[in-house]
Design a protein around this ligand. Structure first.
Ligand code: BJW
Length: 243
């Protein structure tokens, strides 16, 4: 099937990154003053960093957890939840939202068909027994796993560099039959998410990028709109709903 013969789109896959949550007060990673400008990702977001200084890693994620608890979804998160509802009510096709973000703002906005490929900040995992549980408390080495009782084995349920992202089978399956792929607020720096646009193009999808400024893989997209997510995402979603 060619890209032109899939218009209007039926199956949609949307990939979001830190830029969609920027206007909710959560920092991006690689913009000026971003999280990785202040903190070393090799020390705080790798299994090796955790092994060498677990307290530093747990403190870093506890602070981000506390910051997230006051955050609320913005107009871009709400527009995607509204688009999903309209898409499903009209029976237009499959709708999948894949986020690299570990915040819960898509859930708060009402998105239902949602995969967190880099994990979730409000979940904790036990490195001894693998138990994953919802958790809003600070992470410390003194805490015990509620399932196996191990002490000092809890880590944030997030995906660090060198670890396998989550839900990849479901994501690649959706990309095989996608008609419209949209990337929002992501720099296209981190793989495998940066490669989704290529997979979508191979499947014949129309590809759209909505972000503040061009990123690493912008040249791969058929259509681009630059601007703050709270403006360009609701505008784009309204145009799509009207087709
Ligand atoms: C706005 C805005 C506004 C701002 N409105 N827009 C080649 C192929 C495959 C893999 C690799 C490869 N080379 C290297 C790798 C490995 C590595 C990687 O990609 N490294 C790169 C740095 C090169 N990838 C991995 O290790 C991944 N795993 C993997 O590949 O597994 C396979 C494997 C396993 C084992 C061995 C070997 C292979 C795992 C990646 C995990 C990433 N983890 C993090 C941290 C999560 C926890 C936490 O939050 O602390 O995920 S890093 C960080 O980057 C976070 C993000 O999800 C991710 C992406 O960042 P994002 O969302 O794009 O944010 P920014 O800041 O980069 O961009 C923001 C954008 O928004 C910008 O474009 C702005 O313009 C825009 N913006 N304000 C709209 N208001």
């Amino acid at each position: 099937m060619t890209r032109s013969s899939r218009n209007p789109a039926r199956n949609i896959v949307i990939l979001t990154g830190a830029g969609i949550s920027a206007e909710s007060g959560l920092g991006t990673f690689r913009d000026a003053g971003g999280i990785w400008a202040k903190f070393d990702p090799m020390k705080l977001a790798t299994p090796e960093g955790y092994a060498s200084d677990p307290d530093a890693v747990l403190d870093f994620y506890s602070a981000r957890r506390a910051n997230l608890i006051g955050a609320r979804p913005n107009a871009a998160h709400l527009a995607l939840a509204g688009l999903e509802q309209a898409w499903m009510m009209a029976g237009r096709g499959e709708f999948l939202l894949v986020t690299q973000n570990i915040d819960d703002l898509h859930e708060q906005a009402g998105s239902a068909s949602l995969l967190h490929m880099h994990g979730e900040l409000l979940k904790t995992r036990c490195t001894e027994c693998g138990h994953v549980f919802t958790d809003r408390e600070p992470l410390t080495r003194a805490r015990a796993c509620p399932s196996c009782g191990a002490v000092g084995s809890l880590r944030p349920h997030v995906v660090w560099f060198g670890e396998m992202p989550l839900e990849m089978e479901r994501i690649y399956a959706a990309l095989e039959s996608v008609d419209l792929f949209v990337a929002i607020g992501t720099s296209g720096t981190v793989w495998p998410a940066a490669g989704f646009v290529r997979e979508a193009r191979a499947a014949g999808a129309w590809t759209v990028e909505l972000t503040l400024e061009p990123g690493e893989v912008s040249a791969m997209f058929d259509e681009r709109h630059d601007g703050p997510a709270t403006q360009i995402v609701p505008d784009w979603a309204a145009r799509l709903e009207a087709v």
